[in-house]
Design a protein around this ligand. Structure first.
Ligand SMILES: Cc1cc2nc3c(=O)[nH]c(=O)nc-3n(C[C@H](O)[C@H](O)[C@H](O)COP(=O)(O)OP(=O)(O)OC[C@H]3O[C@@H](n4cnc5c(N)ncnc54)[C@H](O)[C@@H]3O)c2cc1C
Length: 497
């Protein structure tokens, strides 16, 4: 088989899972190629806050967080039940080892940051157990900084990095890139989309159309298919490709399709990591979390959920009745100077929203109700305000959970200071989470449980270990990174045998 280039391992994509795998493989002495479709690295991972849910590690210990593998197991089991316990155990065992291996590299350092787990279940750690990479001065990356995708608001506006240290996902991708480069065994191909998996004697031995050979295996970390409108529709994924948070030109599922053509099994294909999204003037949406005030109403102007639910759970509430709840509106008053009482990434300027009609404004709630055609709004707000006065949300218990109070305390704030505004909310996502079925070593499996030799998948390219749940901040990245490390253990063993 003729290849243009030959490596020991080929990693497709360059999110956190892909780059963790690439770094560990290269550090183990395997010549490793990262093959990325876009002209910059990081995908949605670069947009992220880079919270990593990797429990029971030296980071939690260093910061005095009362976490342990046993507590994390209790939490996952309480939430996920006995489903996929093989993968849960593999993840739990790998997390501390992985973090020790990463922090042994001078380029990689993490710090704990308070962000509560998303469910009140046994094993939850007060203040949360996830951690983030330490910010990375641009100067440390030098010219390689150009390769890292900037934050979502700047990227969407066609701008580069701020003149400031890289933080969040940019720091994670930047640090992994530094570490990968320093191994001396790594090569990065950008603007090189993969839509073909090359098989020889029943094994995946490379990728195409640019033919890059992989002596020991191919690790897919090419995101989900959130930006593929047709595949979303076929798979029954709610929301819209236009409302997804993934970079616009990426994550269309081409590698997934190539793996399916080889007989790979898929699961959870209608699932996503959900969030309410502020409808943007350009037809896109912006990840919204941490409502500090206001209330969310459906088509008729009725509340239907605790607005302070973790974003994935709020998104699921929206998806439960799309005809009435997509779009919804968040209704708020002038308390925050007419700005949205929430975090929106990117937010957009209120005046631009008002000009575009994605937000409307009125002096009375009755007028606002007319503008959004939601007749029950005034009555709903009156009831909500009575809850705010009493300090207890008798309908949905808003503000009772630690997660809600993380963003503001109290979160039950009356909506009574005109002018009033209503911002359109749609169902956005941080990515789909259905994909290739994998075993505890991230090997891609067929329906009959046999492995597609030489093929591994992590992150949103694989069906998530967490099924229909988003247990806590950093689960997408943490699981992608841990399973990439498991895949590399398998690749290294193969190379040594
Ligand atoms: C604002 C925001 C904040 C978030 N915060 C967090 C957080 O703090 N913690 C957390 O765990 N999660 C967070 N998430 C979710 C998380 O970022 C994603 O779920 C995760 O990054 C997905 O990782 P991935 O590797 O599967 O995909 P990606 O990071 O999107 O990487 C996929 C890469 O593969 C490339 N690719 C796609 N197709 C091909 C192809 N055919 N050939 C070659 N390359 C290809 C893409 O261009 C992309 O670079 C956040 C998301 C957003 C939007």
């Amino acid at each position: 088989m003729a290849f243009d280039d030959q490596f020991d391992v080929v990693v497709v994509g360059s999110g956190a899972g892909a780059l963790t795998g690439a770094y560990l493989a290269a550090r183990a002495g395997l010549r490793t190629a990262v093959v990325e479709a876009a002209d910059r690295l990081g995908g949605t991972s670069a947009y992220s806050g880079a919270a990593c849910w990797l429990p029971g590690t030296q980071v939690q210990e260093r910061f005095g967080v009362a976490d342990s593998t046993a507590a994390a197991r209790e939490y996952l089991r309480a939430l996920l039940g006995e489903d996929r316990t093989g993968r849960q155990e593999a993840f739990l065992a790998k997390a501390p080892e992985l973090v020790a291996a990463l922090e042994a590299d001078p380029a990689l350092e993490f710090e704990w940051r308070a962000f509560p787990d998303y469910f009140d279940r046994p094993g939850r750690v007060p203040g949360g157990r996830s951690f983030v990479p330490v910010d990375l001065p641009l100067s440390e990356l030098g010219e390689r900084a150009e390769l890292v995708r900037p934050p979502v608001d700047r990227d969407r506006a066609g701008r580069g990095h701020r003149d400031a240290p890289l933080d969040g996902g940019r720091a994670l991708i930047g640090r992994l890139l530094l570490a990968f480069d320093a191994t001396g065994n790594g090569t990065v191909f950008t603007s090189t989309p993969v839509d073909e998996l090359v098989v020889e004697n029943g094994r995946v031995v490379g990728v195409g159309p640019r033919r890059i050979g992989a002596t020991y295996g191919v690790l897919i970390g090419a995101g989900g298919f959130e930006r593929n409108a047709d595949l979303r529709e076929q798979s029954g994924v709610p929301g819209s490709a236009a409302w997804s948070m993934a970079p616009a030109e990426t994550n269309r599922g081409q590698v997934l399709a190539a793996a399916i053509a080889l007989g790979a099994a898929v699961d959870l294909m209608d699932e996503g990591w959900w969030c309410p999204g502020i409808a943007m003037p350009d037809g896109g949406a912006s990840f919204t979390l941490g409502f500090r005030g206001g209330l969310v109403v459906d088509r008729d102007g009725r509340r239907y959920a605790n607005e302070s639910l973790p974003y994935d759970q709020m998104g699921r509430e929206m998806a439960a009745d799309p005809a009435r709840r997509i779009p919804s509106h968040i209704v708020f008053d002038s308390r925050e100077g007419g700005r949205l009482p929430a975090i929106a990434l990117p937010g957009g300027r209120p005046d631009d929203h008002l000009a575009a009609g994605t937000w409307v404004e009125a002096d009375t709630l009755a007028e606002l109700a007319k503008l959004i055609d939601a007749p029950e709004l005034p009555e709903t707000v009156a009831r909500f305000n009575s809850f705010a006065e009493a300090g207890h949300d008798a309908d949905f218990g808003r503000g009772e959970d630690e997660y809600a109070r993380h963003f503001a305390n109290p979160v039950l704030v009356p909506v009574d200071r005109p002018p009033f505004r209503a911002a359109r909310l749609v169902l956005s996502d941080l990515g789909t989470k259905g994909g290739l079925v994998t075993d505890p070593d991230a090997r891609v499996l067929r329906e009959d449980g046999s492995a597609v030799e030489g093929l591994y998948a992590v992150g949103n390219s694989a069906a998530s270990m967490t099924g229909g749940y988003y247990p806590g901040p950093g689960i997408p990245l943490g699981t992608a990174m841990a399973f990439a490390a498991r895949a590399v253990d398998d690749l290294v063993a193969r190379a040594g045998s």
